[in-house]
Ligand binder design. Structure first.
Ligand code: 5GP
Length: 190
């Protein structure tokens, strides 16, 4: 339950940070090598600074995208998940019943990364919109998360995450649980 309560997630912020870090290193290296003897200190700022700069850039993109998505969250327009639920676009389905669909995340942040969604959104653009009438489906989503973890063989250690709102980098406004596992999880999350 701590994971649900924290509503935070390592995913793309962490992954993008690594990509940004790699890209800046690749650009900087040829210039420094051409005009000076090799000195790692010249290539870039000290490691902690580079990490900080890259992290700020990556999270800023992530946050902008999340804010843009939040702006239209309550428009009622279908999301990408509606298209997946309606089988209009393909996904790798791991579990399905009459209320819940679980499919592999297109950008996995762990060896196992599955999204568990209610087939009917019914106002649940995000957990923060939950009302009394949603109690059953919220329970079914958690139960489906456990079934998915069992099917994937990660019952010994998995994480369930809900990103809620722009401050948590939610990008799709159709409630979904991330089920992550298959590697050692760290704490605290990013
Ligand atoms: P959020 O950022 O809202 O917590 O999570 C949305 C998740 O949906 C992200 O992890 C993202 O990779 C995933 N996602 C976005 N578009 C698609 C898609 O078209 N197919 C699948 N399978 N996952 C998607």
């Amino acid at each position: 339950m701590a994971a649900l309560g924290s509503i935070s997630f390592l995913r793309s912020c962490g992954a993008t940070t690594i990509r940004a870090f790699g890209a800046s290193s690749l650009k900087a290296a040829p210039k420094a090598v051409a005009f000076a003897p090799f000195n790692p200190q010249r290539l870039s700022p000290p490691l902690p600074s580079r990490r900080l700069i890259s992290h700020v850039r990556a999270t800023s993109n992530e946050e902008d995208a999340s804010k843009a998505a939040a702006a239209t969250a309550d428009s009622g327009a279908p999301t990408i998940f509606d298209k997946i639920i309606n089988k209009e676009i393909p996904s790798t389905i791991v579990y399905e019943d009459d209320k819940v669909l679980a499919f592999r995340d297109i950008s996995p942040q762990a060896p196992v990364h599955i999204l568990v969604v209610p087939k009917l959104r019914d106002g649940l653009t995000q957990l923060g919109k939950a009302e009394e009438r949603h109690v059953d489906i919220l329970g079914q989503l958690l139960h489906a998360a456990k079934i998915v973890a069992e099917k994937e063989g990660i019952l010994d250690g998995f994480r369930v995450v809900i990103n809620n709102g722009p401050d948590a980098c939610q990008s799709v406004y159709h409630l979904h649980l991330h089920v992550l596992g298959g590697r050692q999880m760290k704490w605290p999350p990013g």
